[in-house]
Design a binder for this molecule. Structure first.
Ligand code: MG
Length: 343
């Protein structure tokens, strides 16, 4: 039998991390360990309150699955396990993502092959990843932007959703006049504001806007914004699973995929392929998570146009070593499974 164990994974960011929903320094994720014979597969759940999950709900779902011995005894029956989990899911997507990534890690370790290879995704060139500057006072935003440039980050993402959004952009552009830049409003704008901001952002060479409208905004509002916007419009919080992509088809230019939202790698692939079927662009993102969760996400990087896999770069101390940042790009480890090891 595959044994499921879990424990809290408490992370701290190097700076307080602000987005339109709030600011925090502490992140409470959950570590999943799957044991089978002499092998151990690792996974990380990165729940977000704004998606209806937290560490307690993740732990409760994992306990139920452990008690029910839902994992069975075949570490390669991943698609079947996903089906079984879906039957008792009740919104626990980040918990499911952690179990599925641990199963990929476990099956890779058993065969001695990296997960990337097991997924048939070797050899794809992945895009550069960005580094996010959260919401803060203008003084701190300027300081963070300078730090990011000095640290050699090649591409920035800036959080929006304040009364001084334009000043934030002007300031970041002053510090980093030429770096590729995208913004994320985390649902803070009305359609009218989003359209007006898109023209301002276009003048400041911003590539696209992520989630300008609230999570539950009507598809007609998305369509309106897209038709009048000066730059492409991506949906993040509004697109969790593949059915959401289909719902917003024609109303947005791109989607942001995250394992914590899709419930793991299988559904993330479905989201990517559904987006492609609707000629949409794809960005892969993450929550605040350690290199364990980021490395699992990075397996699919080669299928995407843009990457926002900086969750581990924002941490004060990363408990895991896995995908490593080099000159803008994430380099995957060559070890078996996810190839992630405790630092
Ligand atoms: Mg986002």
């Amino acid at each position: 039998m595959i044994q499921l164990h879990f424990e809290p994974l408490h992370l701290k960011t190097a700076h307080p991390f602000g987005i339109s929903y709030g600011t925090s320094t502490d992140t409470h994720n959950v570590l999943v360990r799957l044991r089978f014979e002499d092998f151990e597969g690792l996974g990380e759940a990165a729940p977000a309150e704004y998606h209806g999950e937290n560490a307690a709900s993740v732990s409760s779902a994992l306990k139920t699955w452990a008690d029910e011995a839902i994992l069975g005894d075949d570490p390669f029956a991943i698609a079947d396990l996903v089906k079984r989990l879906d039957k008792s899911l009740a919104g626990n997507f980040s918990a499911k993502a952690a179990v599925e990534m641990a199963l990929h890690d476990l099956s890779g370790k058993i065969t001695g092959e990296p997960t990337l290879k097991m997924l048939g995704l070797s050899g794809l060139a992945a895009p550069m990843t960005d580094f996010t500057i959260g919401i803060d006072s203008l003084e701190i935003v300027e300081k963070k932007a300078r730090e990011a440039v000095d640290a050699g980050y090649k591409m920035l993402k800036v959080k929006q959703g304040t009364a001084y959004d334009k000043s934030i952009i002007q300031l970041v552009r002053k510090v980093a006049p030429d770096l590729p830049l995208r913004v994320d409003a985390n649902g803070a704008w009305t359609p009218k504001q989003a359209i007006a901001m898109s023209h301002f952002l276009a003048e400041h060479k911003v590539q696209f806007i992520e989630q300008p409208l609230p999570k539950h905004a009507h598809v007609d509002d998305w369509r309106l914004v897209r038709s009048a916007a000066a730059i492409p419009i991506f949906a993040d919080e509004s697109v969790c699973r593949a059915t959401d992509v289909a719902r917003l088809a024609g109303a947005i230019d791109g989607v942001v995929v995250k394992l914590a939202k899709t419930g793991g790698i299988s559904e993330a692939l479905k989201v990517i392929h559904t987006a492609r079927a609707h000629s949409m662009q794809v960005m892969f993102g993450c929550m605040i998570e350690s290199s364990l969760g980021v490395t699992a996400a990075a397996q699919l990087a080669g299928l995407c146009d843009y990457l926002d896999l900086d969750g581990a770069l924002l941490l004060a101390a990363d408990p895991y070593a896995g995908a490593e940042y080099h000159d803008g790009y994430l380099r995957l480890p060559s070890r078996a499974g996810l190839g992630v090891v405790r630092r």
